[in-house]
Design a binder for this molecule. Structure first.
Ligand SMILES: [Zn+2]
Length: 208
């Protein structure tokens, strides 16, 4: 689903054989978007238990507390982004949005190498800093999928001019953590089209 003025991509992960589901980067901003999300969860009869956050920029977390409260789900992200968590309203103001977003608190601090199990299938946590200090990517090896947040996009990379951003660190993260995954891995970014490791290796102008 695509939400809020930034067009963030919110992903729901679940397994065909189970009803447990996780949401990655819930960006719903208002009652209309929250309605779209809850209808989706209800129509698929899912039991949502985790909110996984790739990073703590407002567009990726606008709906996080609402989801956690409504579904009694845990909020999980890398604590290196706590510094962004306490400044969510400031971030909104910076982008010209008149909304108030309270500080989020991680129930679980996700770190490099952690395995988050979904119906027996592992989701591997990769630390991919550079767009923010605590940016994570979620790699699902058995399904050959990667949720990259704002680290990499189809033919582009995340911006590094926001607090905690670092261009060299981002390029290192992409080269060492993402480009080393199997070539056929499908990358689902936080904004825009999905792509593959192979295509980005061949055509991404930032990785030449
Ligand atoms: Zn971001």
């Amino acid at each position: 689903m695509t939400f809020n003025p930034f067009g963030v991509y919110t992903y729901v992960l679940w397994h065909e054989e189970g009803k447990e589901a996780y949401v990655v980067d819930p960006g719903m901003m208002d009652d209309f978007e929250r309605g779209i999300f809850s209808s989706f969860i209800e129509s698929h009869n899912l039991n949502l238990t985790k909110v996984l956050l790739t990073h703590l920029h407002i567009d990726h977390v606008m709906g996080a507390q609402w989801v956690a409260d409504k579904y009694n789900a845990s909020i999980e992200y890398n604590s290196k982004d706590d510094i962004l968590s306490s400044r969510l309203t400031d971030q909104a103001i910076m982008f010209g949005l008149n909304i108030r977003i309270d500080k989020l608190n991680a129930d679980v601090n996700l770190k490099e190498g952690d395995l988050v199990m979904l119906n027996g299938e592992p989701i591997k946590v990769l630390e991919t800093p550079g767009h923010s200090l605590g940016s994570l990517s979620f790699y699902i090896p058995e399904s050959g999928k990667l949720l990259s947040g704002d680290a990499i996009f189809s033919m582009s990379i995340g911006r590094t001019d926001l607090p905690g951003g670092n261009y060299d660190q981002l390029i290192t993260s992409i080269n060492e953590k993402i480009m080393t995954l199997p070539a056929g891995t499908v990358i689902y970014p936080g904004h825009g089209d999905c792509t593959t490791v192979k295509d980005e290796k061949m055509y991404n102008p930032f990785l030449k």
